[in-house]
Each structure stands twice: as structure tokens, then as C-alpha cells.
Design a protein around this ligand. Structure first.
Ligand code: S3P
Length: 446
């Protein structure tokens, strides 16, 4: 375990342009789709984080040829079509900390007859896998020694059939995408009716001309995928991750006399909940130079210090498009005037750590009154003049990168003396986090 970081001074004024690391969801999806395309695919700016490295390592074990030149910032993957993995008996795949990697890779194995063990780190072993086990079983895959969590043993089948999937409870892009990836192996049409969540998989399928139709019915997305159709290799430039940008957006809002431009951010509407929520709270975050890229939207984000944030009664319609940003949004709410309320967030306690609980714990530690309501809601009594003077320590958070990053931003904006453990946890999603803070923005971190 690396040593903790120490922060005992707030960040000074800044006026900068930065580029945060590449989008994790798109990086993992690129790798998985490229591994099943026909021919050589190439990504520029693939995220060099542990979650993506775990994905690439699993694919290599499945016999996929991959050349990742980290210095020149490109990754080439040679695919041989759907269900073309070639691997030895008794294979174990380790998805590390990544729920996306574990769930999506499993769905590409439903047609692979040799049994494969899938495992992950301590945090990932606590996470629910039933949400994908059930639909993958319906496709025809079987699971041995199944307790609904990792490790899991999956055995694919030669007789995969398409399914009709309906879920009106959980909005989960990982579940939806797992079923869509599963659908690639199924002859005929798989149909999904599910609550909206990030739609990168849909946009990539469309771009790759995989037979897919997308419709809306009331509150639901209706997705139909026709399987067993090979698709051609492709090139992709991965934009920067709005989930990484969010920490710097709130850093700027809560710092004095500062401005920041975040370049080349993926601003797909299914991801921009954080901007909608913060703007409702009185931030004036601007999306500029918006452009289209292979179905996605990319833009620069302009943000400046906010003199006065106000509380928000957050509509749950924003929940799925801000799902990874709530910890940092809670920090903004801690400095806002009034009482904020966030609800229907049961998914937050099912992430890399119990994030709703961690949000509450950190706010309580810094003297911000808050109340958890059941397993899915929180009220936060904001303190616009909050300035910290005491000692604060953050540890035992199951190495959740977002708990660590939120604590770092709290330390750099609110004052006090902070000791934050497991700083290396940020490597799962945003390896340049500390470098940007220190080198570009002048933060003092020991
Ligand atoms: C992800 C989907 C989200 C998100 C996760 C990445 C993805 O989870 O929290 O960090 O890449 O599909 P859900 O499955 O809850 O949507």
C-alpha cells in the first residue's frame, strides 16, 4: 500500500486550460468491440488506467492480439469476429476493480464452451452480479458455484437464443450493455426495455452498423439488436472523461477568483447530469465548441469560481446521467446556501464502495449536517461560509477512487489538515489526477 497524502493548504487562484484523462466507459467499450470486430482496430488516447489495463489483460488471455503503445498513445487490437476468442482450459480472468470490465467481458463469453473463472479485487467481489447472471442464463450460459458475486465460473453454450429483457427498477448501463454484447452472440433479435442510462454502447453499435434500432416508449428505452452479424474493425479517438472533469469543475467553483477550461470532454447528454445539477445550484458552467464525433458529442467546458451556490432539490431524472458524480456534487451542496435533497439513489451504495454512506460520513466529519434517509436519499444542510481548521483523516474506503478524489478536492478548497489514505486508488480511472493538480494548477500535496 502506498503512503497517504497530506494536504494542509488550499489551492491558490488559477486561470488555466487543462486536459483530463480519457473516458473510461468508451475505452473499455472500444477494447471489447475491437476484440470482436473483423480486422485491426485502432484507438487513439485510450485511457491508461488500471480498469482499462485489466480489460486489455483479460482480452489478451482470451487470445486477442493487442499492441498498446503508451508513449505514442495508441492501441491496436486485432479482432477475428464475434465468438472468435481462443484460449486454454481452466482460464481465470481478473477484472481488478472494474465492474464494467467484469460484467461486459462475461457477456462476450456466453458462446464460449470452456469454463472460465472471473474474479476481481476486494471491492468488486462485494458487488452484485445477479443483474447480469440472470439475463446471461436466459441467453443459455450456465454459472457454477453461483452466489451472485465474484468469483463466478461461466460456461457458454452452443445454443444461444435471443432474449426479451425488461427492467423497470435499475437504470444500469453495465447491465444494458452486457445484454447488448450478449445479443451479438445470439441468432435473431434480442429486445431490451429499460430505464435510460449512459448510451455509449448504443452509439457505438450504430456507428459500427451492427443491426440495432433505438426507440423511446414513455420513460423507457426500447433497444433491439440483431445478433450473429460480424462487423468491421474501426478507428476511434477517445475524448476526455466528464466524470474526471467533474472533480476539477467543483474545485474551480469552490476556489476563489479562478477559471478553468477543460478541453475535449465527452458531453453526451446521458453523462452531463453533473453540469445540469451544478447549474441549477447557481454555477455558470458553459459547454462551448460542441462538435459531433462518431455519434458522440465532444466540447470544451468553461467554469469559473462561484460566489454563491444555492441548494438543490435534485430531480431523480438526473440520477443516471450523474451517477458517478454524486460525491463531488455533495461537496458542492455542503457549501451551498440552504438544504439540498438527493433521492432515489439506491445504486450509489452498490458502487466501488458504499458511496452514499461515504458521502454522509465525510460531510459529518467536516461538520456539515446531513441525514441519510433509508438506503437511497440524503439531505445536506449547506454551510456557505464553511472553513476548516482541524485535522481530518480519510481511510478504509475500499480504495474507492472517487471517495479519494472527493476528499482531495475538499482538502484543497475548505482548508484544515488532511491525511488521505490510498491515493493510488485514483489509478483505476484517472492516473493524471495529482499531476494536473500539482503541475498545472499549483496545488500543494505531500
Ligand atoms: C458504467 C456505468 C455506470 C457507472 C460506471 C461505468 C459503464 O454504472 O457507474 O462507473 O461504463 O457502463 P451503471 O451500470 O450503474 O450504470
Amino acid at each position: 500500500m502506498g503512503r497517504p497524502i497530506l494536504i494542509d493548504s488550499t489551492i491558490k487562484e488559477f486561470n488555466k486550460k487543462i486536459k483530463v484523462d480519457a473516458d473510461k466507459s468508451l475505452s473499455i467499450r472500444f477494447a471489447l468491440l475491437a476484440s470482436q470486430a473483423v480486422g485491426k482496430s485502432k484507438a487513439h488516447n485510450l485511457l491508461k488506467s488500471e480498469d482499462v489495463i485489466s480489460t486489455i489483460n483479460c482480452l489478451k488471455k482470451l487470445g486477442v492480439k493487442i499492441k498498446w503503445n503508451k508513449k505514442k498513445n495508441f492501441c491496436e487490437i486485432i479482432g477475428n469476429g464475434i465468438n472468435s476468442y481462443n484460449y486454454k482450459k481452466n482460464l481465470t480472468l481478473n477484472a481488478g476493480n472494474s465492474g464494467t470490465a467484469a460484467r461486459l467481458i462475461m457477456s462476450t463469453l456466453i458462446n464460449s464452451p470452456k469454463i472460465i473463472k472471473i474474479t476481481g479485487d476486494k471491492s468488486l467481489k462485494k458487488r452484485d452480479m445477479n443483474r447480469i447472471i440472470k439475463p446471461l442464463q436466459e441467453f443459455g450460459a450456465t454459472f457454477k458455484k453461483n452466489h451472485g458475486t465474484l468469483p463466478l465460473y461461466i460456461k457458454g453454450s452452443d445454443f444461444i437464443r435471443p432474449i426479451n429483457y425488461f427492467n423497470n427498477k435499475i437504470a444500469s448501463a453495465q447491465t444494458k450493455s452486457a445484454i447488448m454484447f450478449g445479443a451479438l452472440s445470439a441468432p435473431g433479435q434480442t429486445s431490451l426495455k429499460c430505464l435510460p442510462s449512459r448510451n455509449h454502447t448504443e452509439l457505438l453499435f450504430k456507428y459500427l452498423k451492427i443491426p440495432i434500432t433505438l426507440n423511446k416508449e414513455n420513460n423507457f428505452d426500447i433497444i433491439k439488436v440483431r445478433g450473429k452479424q460480424n462487423f468491421k474493425s474501426f478507428n476511434y479517438n477517445i475524448p476526455s472523461d466528464i466524470s474526471s472533469a467533474a472533480f476539477f469543475i467543483v474545485l474551480t467553483l469552490l476556489s476563489k477568483n479562478s477559471r478553468l477550461v477543460l478541453k475535449n470532454i465527452g458531453v453526451n447528454k446521458s453523462r452531463t447530469g453533473v453540469i445540469n445539477i451544478l447549474n441549477k445550484m447557481g454555477a455558470k458552467i458553459k459547454i462551448r465548441q460542441k462538435r459531433n464525433y462518431k455519434g458522440e458529442k465532444i466540447a470544451n467546458i468553461h467554469v469559473k469560481s462561484s460566489k454563491s451556490l444555492r441548494s438543490v432539490n435534485c430531480h431523480s431524472k438526473f440520477n443516471s446521467s450523474a451517477i458517478d458524480e454524486f460525491l463531488i456534487i455533495f461537496l458542492a451542496a455542503a457549501k451551498a446556501k440552504g438544504v439540498s435533497y438527493f433521492k432515489n439513489l439506491e445504486e450509489l451504495n452498490k458502487k466501488e464502495s458504499r458511496r452514499l454512506d461515504w458521502g454522509s460520513k465525510i460531510l459529518s466529519m467536516i461538520g456539515v449536517k446531513n441525514k441519510l434517509i433509508g438506503e437511497n436519499a440524503i439531505k445536506i444542510w449547506g454551510r456557505p461560509n464553511l472553513k476548516l481548521k482541524k485535522n481530518y483523516e480519510v481511510k478504509n474506503f475500499l480504495k474507492d477512487h472517487r471517495v479519494m478524489a472527493m476528499s482531495t478536492i475538499a482538502a484543497l478548497t475548505l482548508g484544515g489538515k488532511w491525511k488521505i489514505h490510498d491515493p493510488e486508488s485514483i489509478k483505476t480511472s484517472f492516473p493524471s489526477f495529482f499531476k494536473i493538480l500539482q503541475k498545472n494548477l499549483g496545488a500543494k500535496i505531500n
